[in-house]
Design a protein around this ligand. Structure first.
Ligand code: ADP
Ligand code: MG
Length: 691
């Protein structure tokens, strides 16, 4: 396999553009890509024609605008290049207009009231900053999706806007240090966790098929307690899957780098090489799609749900995030000189302030019915947002705040930002504090709260915008200063002091932290609706307005969509559970008890002891009765769902979920006493320890 040759062979990237586009066209496209200049129609025509030639050469027959509506997955509508010319002959055609703008019938995508169905028109607009690629014989053109009146209907547009916002403010902040750069990009590497299970088991479970997770199931005799799966040797079947996944991703220009087993049985992880936030988001969307598809070819089902199985770890997605100039300097690298250190401290302080001021937004960006099972469940960071900076950096910060000398080796010295050098910070391995939601790992931050099925755009919108805002405030102040160094020292000290509460290096899983966090006044929104209702808090609306990322209406619509999505997810789970309980579980239990009663009758006739059957039959019958009661309660509760989105979301959280948990307990107890040959669905041990 020639990897360099295969890599990005299906991507219309810079290399291909350079080869296929006239120099002038290439240059003006570059200007659009790097500086956001508008593209003229002539240029678009030439680019479209080159793209078409290239795509047809690779066997493509169709094209699609590939976009990311609020459903969280990517959407596409395929058109063929086929066209009929003036003389009636069939030609393969693709115009600049088709490249730059599409009009999908968008009425069925969630818009949260922004776009009534009767004015369903939305349009997709080419995003030239993410490369087009060929997937399944179709040229996919990454696009943004807006309503006809310009309101944002997708996840990409706000991401691009937030990237512009942070670029603008970071460029401005760098000027204070005498640096002139054109652009600063937020860089992202998203580590993706997933489960692979046998397709046959998957098919037999309605809950997995409809909801992506098991709603019922007694724990297997073995879980993850032996810790024998993490980094363990990979089953040959899984290895074959990983190899093919890598190949498929490489062709699409996704730089899959590491593949390994994770903590839970059947759980694995893929990490790519980081890229700018926009491309990394597209790449992660493609990764999830490819995982599902390649799994299928290997007789697997790939589960991206945050909590497919109770009692063992769920799956997350680590959003590694940093800032990089167009010259390739990573602004989160502490550097070696006093000047680099000063710059680093300013950016670090901005991030600490941003995460503290907008903890709620970060929490909201990872809120979903699925992720509620993870956050705070002693396996993933809690629902409280805090920052881990490592012991050394924490000491540096405290010495600045307290104005006390720092002990460096045997020496004690005063840190004066801008003139003194920071002690060398040992690079923290990201595994050192896995309980922290937001950890500094040497030259980047790792945000570990996102769920495995999430589109990471939202998280990065929050991060970019909040940090942009902190930088803006800092520049507003520092630009006015007469003595930059002393103003910088004062600012960093003041801000670190003010936001010290968000730093926490201890065990994020502990009960004590929850209490301590409450004392510190940090927010702790345990469930999705608790968090979502803060989305449109005044300070948040103002933040996004200040940086032209969202309007109030767009935010209100997003809040409503998310509340609805949450409520619908729970509703589907409840309906699925009811169907399984009524049509599979209860009938199985009744069959088993009837089998036992016949056996009791028979044994009585021949005067044999039937105590075991009687005891078991009693247990099964009592549990069956109890289950019927739970089914009825749950049904009534689902029927009583209010129509208002917010009320319905809280109804789901407060009432439906607890009833589902109760019903599950009874069903799982039944499973534990029912003859396996009567049990109608694959059990946890069947699924998790397949051979
Ligand atoms: P590990 O977490 O195993 O120590 P790394 O820290 O090298 O490995 O990388 C973890 C993830 O972070 C990878 O996806 C990697 O590409 C990404 N990453 C590394 N540097 C950066 C950066 N500057 N910006 C964003 N992501 C990064
Ligand atoms: Mg990690």
């Amino acid at each position: 396999m020639n990897v360099p040759e295969m890599f990005a062979s299906m991507v219309f990237n810079d290399h291909v553009m350079r080869q296929m586009l006239p120099k002038k066209v290439y240059q003006s496209l570059q200007d659009t890509m790097t500086e956001g200049k508008a593209l003229d129609e002539d240029v678009a025509d030439i680019v479209a024609s080159a793209m078409k030639e290239w795509a047809i050469g690779k066997g493509a027959t169709h094209f699609t605008h590939w976009f990311q509506p609020m459903t969280g997955i990517t959407a596409e509508k395929h058109d063929s290049f086929l066209s009929v010319d003036k003389n009636g002959s069939v030609i393969m055609d693709f115009s600049g207009k088709e490249l730059t703008k599409g009009e999908p019938d968008a009425s069925s995508f969630p818009s949260g009231g922004l776009r009534a169905t009767f004015e369903a028109r939305g349009y997709t607009a080419w995003d030239p900053t993410s490369y087009a690629f060929i997937k399944d014989g179709t040229l996919c053109i990454p696009t943004a999706f807006c309503s006809y009146t310009g309101q944002i209907l997708d996840k990409k547009t706000p991401l691009l806007k937030s990237m512009d916002a942070i670029s603008k403010e970071a460029v401005r902040a760098l000027k204070l240090f005498g640096k002139n750069v054109k652009r600063v990009n937020s860089t992202v590497g998203a580590e993706q966790e997933y489960f692979l299970i046998d397709k046959n088991d998957y098919k037999k479970r309605l809950d997995l098929r409809l909801t992506g997770r098991t709603l019922l199931g007694a724990h297997a005799a073995k879980g993850q307690e032996m810790e024998d799966h993490y980094f363990g040797s990979i089953r040959p079947r899984v290895k074959a899957f990983m190899e093919e996944l890598d190949e498929e991703l490489w062709k699409l220009g996704v730089s899959a780098k590491t593949e390994h087993n994770e903590v839970a049985p059947c759980q694995h992880e893929m990490a790519p090489i980081f890229d700018n936030a926009n491309k990394a988001t597209d790449a992660n969307q493609l990764t999830m799609e490819m995982m599902k598809r390649v799994a299928e070819r290997h007789g697997f089902a790939c589960l991206l749900h945050e909590k497919p199985f109770e009692g063992i770890n769920g799956s997350g997605k680590h959003n590694n995030w940093a800032l990089s100039t167009d010259e390739g300097e990573n602004l989160l690298d502490p550097g070696k000189t006093p000047k680099d250190n000063a710059e680093f401290m300013l950016f670090l302080t901005a991030i600490i302030k941003a995460v503290d001021d907008y903890q709620d937004l970060l929490r909201i960006s990872v809120a979903s019915a699925g992720n509620d099972h993870r956050l705070g469940a002693n396996e993933a960071p809690p629902a409280i947002v805090s920052i881990f900076v490592g012991d050394e950096l924490e000491r540096v910060i405290d010495s600045i705040i307290d104005d006390k000398p720092l002990e460096v080796g045997r020496e004690r010295r005063h840190l004066d930002i801008g003139t003194s050098v920071l002690p060398k910070l040992a690079r923290d391995n990201s595994d050192r504090n896995r309980t922290s939601p937001f950890a500094f790992t040497g030259n980047k931050f790792e945000f570990r709260m996102p769920g495995s099925s999430f589109n990471i755009a939202c998280t990065n919108v929050m991060l970019n915008t909040a940090v942009a805002d902190a930088l803006k405030e800092f520049s507003d102040e520092l630009e006015k200063a007469d003595d930059f160094n002393s103003a910088l020292n004062a600012l960093v000290k003041r801000e670190l002091k003010q936001h010290r509460r968000i730093l926490f290096n201890g065990n994020g899983y502990s009960k004590e932290w929850e209490e301590e966090a409450e004392r510190r006044g940090l927010s702790n929104y345990k469930r999705t609706p608790d968090a979502l209702v803060h989305y449109t808090d005044k300070k948040n609306v103002e933040l996004f307005k200040r940086h032209s990322v969202y309007t109030r209406e767009e935010m209100e619509s997003r809040e409503e969509i998310s509340l609805e999505e949450y409520q619908k997810a729970i509703h589907i789970e409840a309906m699925t559970m009811l169907e399984m309980l009524k049509r599979q579980i209860l009938p199985a239990a009744l069959k088993f008890s009837s089998f036992l009663s016949s056996s009791i009758d028979e044994k009585k006739r021949i005067d044999m002891p039937s105590d075991a059957e009687s005891a078991l039959c009693r247990k099964v019958s009592l549990l069956s009765n109890e289950l019927l009661g739970k089914i009825e309660e749950l049904e009534e509760c689902v029927d009583a769902t209010p129509s208002d989105a917010k009320e319905a979301a809280f109804h789901a959280a407060d009432r439906i979920i607890p009833l589902m948990e109760d019903a599950r307990k009874v069903s799982d107890s039944l499973e534990a006493v029912t003859d396996k040959s009567f049990w109608p669905i694959p059990t946890y041990s069947d699924i998790l320890f397949y051979v």
